[in-house]
Design a protein around this ligand. Sequence first.
Ligand code: AHM
Ligand code: MG
Length: 332
Amino acid sequence: NENAIASPVGITLDRYIKRKQSEFPFASGELSQLLRDIALAGKIINREVNRAGLIDITGAFGNQNVQGEQQQKLDVVANIRFIRALKNGGEACAIISEETDEVILTGNEHGKYVVAIDPLDGSSNIDVNVSIGTIFSIYRRASPIGEAPIMEDFLQGGRKQVAAGYILYGSSTMMVYTTGHGVVGFTYENSLGEFFLSHPDLKIPKQGSIFSCNEGYWYQYAECVRLYLDQCKRQGYSGRYIGSLVADFHRNLLKGGIYLYPALPTQPEGKLRLLYECYPLAFLAEQAGGRAINGSQAILDVIPTSLHQRSPLFIGSDAMVKEMERQYLMEN
Ligand code: AHM
Ligand code: MG
């Protein structure tokens, strides 16, 4: 029917990005190209993830993979593939990655952007066929174009992100991102090799009934966290924890819920990384009408001091995160 034709649902990611680009006639198109490069990297990693279980089998036949490389762990493969795609794309001058200690220079000194990535998050789920994800965060560089990028390009703070998102390798593969104008989601069609727009304007329910945390840490959690979780249980909320941040976040984004990774005595700053886990998901959460805090402060306002710094994270439905915040502020 006519509505279906007028609806943007079903257009490819490429076409969607082009359409958005034409709404900003003075933009150079480099961010659009960078998003396409990231989608391509996502397709490549998706392929690797999909055949992960086959590696031992094909290995048994004496096959090497197509590039003739030795078999490596999937997170290392994802890191290599992602960096290669961004180097070839040319829009990013530097990358930081969970898998690499130092800033990675792409050699594209005329690139306007820097990208922070967790190439394959949810490492404990990689070998057991459970959903995993890629997270990315993009800044316009602060250093002069044409010169060598510097560490400060990555330490501009969460509010300076120009785009952020994730690719979820789940029962379907999806790419979800924001450029600061709401959140859009695309679903990958394997046989066509294309992402199609499936979620044109993602909004997280203000209130949900799912809490997601590793309850094994119960006796390490601060009192305020236990009080909050206790409230959730008294209200009959469901506990859902995959142990893959992207997948837990994605479910809560669609259904409403809160994800918690608090500070622990053994991990006083929490576990998750500020630049390529907390910031990008916080940007998405806020753009979807949700909230993300480290306890007392919005994640996006946390001042970054180092590339791989950690932060506690409470993220999800606005009302749930606010209630957690209230408990936190009463205790602290
Ligand atoms: P990773 O970057 O080593 O994969 O760790 C991040 C992951 C998140 O995806 C997940 O939410 C969390 O660590 C799970 O940690 P835990 O096993 O402590 O519950
Ligand atoms: Mg990670």
